[in-house]
Design a protein around this ligand. Structure first.
Ligand SMILES: CC(C)(COP(=O)(O)OP(=O)(O)OC[C@H]1O[C@@H](n2cnc3c(N)ncnc32)[C@H](O)[C@@H]1OP(=O)(O)O)[C@@H](O)C(=O)NCCC(=O)NCCS
Length: 135
């Protein structure tokens, strides 16, 4: 798999991948999500290609204190093949290069597979309650 920074020409393919992976939510417009990311820190948004086709994504972030992982996805037919470790290692390395010392992420409590998966990558549950507010 070849990993590169997201390019605007990748947009439709990426959104189709997120749809296939069940990551789209009615309250989030993926085009707007991508636009905001590109305006903020495009260098931390990665796609993984195999034979020219996008099969993985990760949208990492860093605000100066914590790193964040969002929109991690691997094309269903390419799952369980090690690609997710590759793209996560890449994102973690890039966050580390920026001085990030801890990476956080949020998982829907119903997404048991993702919880087990992140545990296998060394992530552990923090004893915190995650809160949010829509602006
Ligand atoms: C989450 C996702 C990116 C993981 O990619 P994947 O290719 O399916 O990952 P794998 O099944 O290869 O799992 C990676 C590692 O986690 C481990 N793992 C996965 N599920 C596990 C489980 N239920 N119990 C224990 N370990 C598990 C695997 O053993 C593997 O370790 P290994 O590389 O040493 O074999 C992918 O399933 C996906 O795109 N899901 C839909 C979108 C999503 O839920 N994204 C995360 C949002 S928080």
């Amino acid at each position: 798999m070849e990993i590169s920074i997201f390019d605007i020409n990748d947009q439709d393919e990426v959104i189709n991948l997120w749809r296939d992976c069940g990551l789209l939510r009615a309250q989030n417009d993926p085009y707007e999500d991508i636009k905001r990311k590109i305006n903020h820190s495009p260098e931390l948004f990665y796609v993984g290609r195999k034979n020219g086709k996008i099969i993985a994504t990760v949208m990492a972030g860093y605000e100066g204190r914590r790193g964040w992982i969002n929109l991690l996805a691997v094309e269903p037919s390419e799952q369980k093949s090690g690609y997710v470790r590759e793209i996560m290692n890449h994102a973690e390395q890039k966050l580390g290069e920026r001085g990030c010392i801890k990476v956080n992420l949020q998982i829907r409590q119903t997404n048991k597979q993702a919880i087990c998966f992140y545990q296998s990558l060394g992530y552990a549950e923090d004893l915190v309650l995650s809160m949010g507010k829509r602006l």
